[in-house]
Design a protein around this ligand. Structure first.
Ligand code: ZN
Length: 313
């Protein structure tokens, strides 16, 4: 192996290390918690996060009463507690979010990706915003019973929907996605999707399918998207990914073959990169301007771990 490159301090992985105590046993106390003077709320309107403008960024946490006065809430969910103070997520209409966005002197309203990548809010707010966004997105798409079609009611602080007609209970969904770096000796396999920013290359990824474990999903996705057969698969780390409600399961995979055959319906291109080249891409020092996803995304950390000789296979 070539000498271990020095990439500097490890950056934080976005949306992780939440300070919120979810306190599931208190989810039936919504009415009492909503009048707690310490109650705070994050405001979410579809893809948009509402923050009060502060310097170059924004303050995303509002007092609950203040948040409710800004726009009518379609859904209110209990995220948990920070130092005993209740934290809520308020789902508002997209048109109300757009109206607040138009008040550009008072509010900074933008999508969560931009907020995370540009560091527009203090980092400790990212996990509860991700929690609120994912949970509220689930409510917005699951208002009717999947069993009988009747309108359902949100209960237990928004952590369950109940059907008044057939009595079936529905729980918030998290969709598992495998995201992996196939590696072979001094090379790793990166791909790019047509929707990526130009010159960005990343790990391959795909949803875990029913009846499949993580290792099988990794091998299937790499074979489907790039025609590469993988052997050993090692778990690296995971990351909540609230777009709209996924869990990214990061892995390294040992590639057994080298001939790439790209599935053009999934990827624009895929190719092998040498370790030194990947190191330059992580550091934004590549001579042709090629790069990896930023440190807020787990792909950056999966690639970096391999570059530094810490792959999990
Ligand atoms: Zn029903």
């Amino acid at each position: 192996m070539s000498p271990r490159p020095d990439l500097g301090p490890h950056p934080h992985l976005g949306y992780t290390a939440s300070l919120i105590d979810r306190a599931a046993h208190r989810r039936n106390e919504m009415a009492a918690l909503a009048v707690d003077p310490r109650a705070g709320a994050y405001l979410v309107g579809g893809e948009l996060i509402i923050t009060r403008k502060r310097g170059d960024g924004g303050e995303p946490l509002f007092g609950l009463a203040e948040a409710r006065a800004l726009a009518p809430a379609r859904e209110t969910v209990l995220l948990g507690f920070l130092d005993g103070a209740p934290r809520f997520g308020l789902g508002i209409g997209k048109e109300d979010a757009e109206a607040l966005k138009a008040r550009a002197d008072d509010f900074l309203v933008t999508d969560l990706r931009s907020i995370a990548v540009q560091g527009l809010v203090a980092p400790e707010h990212l996990p509860p915003i991700a929690e609120a966004k994912a949970l509220l997105a689930w409510h917005a798409r699951h208002r009717f019973c999947a069993n009988c079609g009747a309108a359902t009611d949100a209960v237990e602080g928004g952590w369950k929907r109940q059907c008044p007609t057939c009595k079936v209970e529905h729980f918030p969904r998290t969709d598992p996605v495998v995201i992996m770096l196939a590696v072979k000796g001094e090379h790793c396999l990166l791909g790019r999707s047509a929707r990526f920013a130009s010159a960005m290359w990343s790990c391959l990824a795909g949803f875990v399918e029913p009846g499949e474990n993580i290792e099988e999903a990794v091998r299937r996705e790499v074979q489907e998207e790039a025609g590469i057969v993988c052997g050993r698969v090692g778990y690296f780390a995971s990351q909540p990914w609230p777009f709209p409600m996924s869990l990214m399961i990061g892995c390294h995979a040992e590639a057994l073959t080298t001939d790439i055959k790209v599935d053009s319906s999934e990827l624009e291109s895929a190719r092998w990169f040498e370790r030194e080249e990947a190191a330059l891409m992580l550091q934004r020092r590549h001579p042709d301007g090629l790069g990896t996803p930023p440190p807020v995304a787990i792909a950056h950390h999966i690639i970096r771990a391999w570059v530094e000789g810490d792959a999990c296979v």
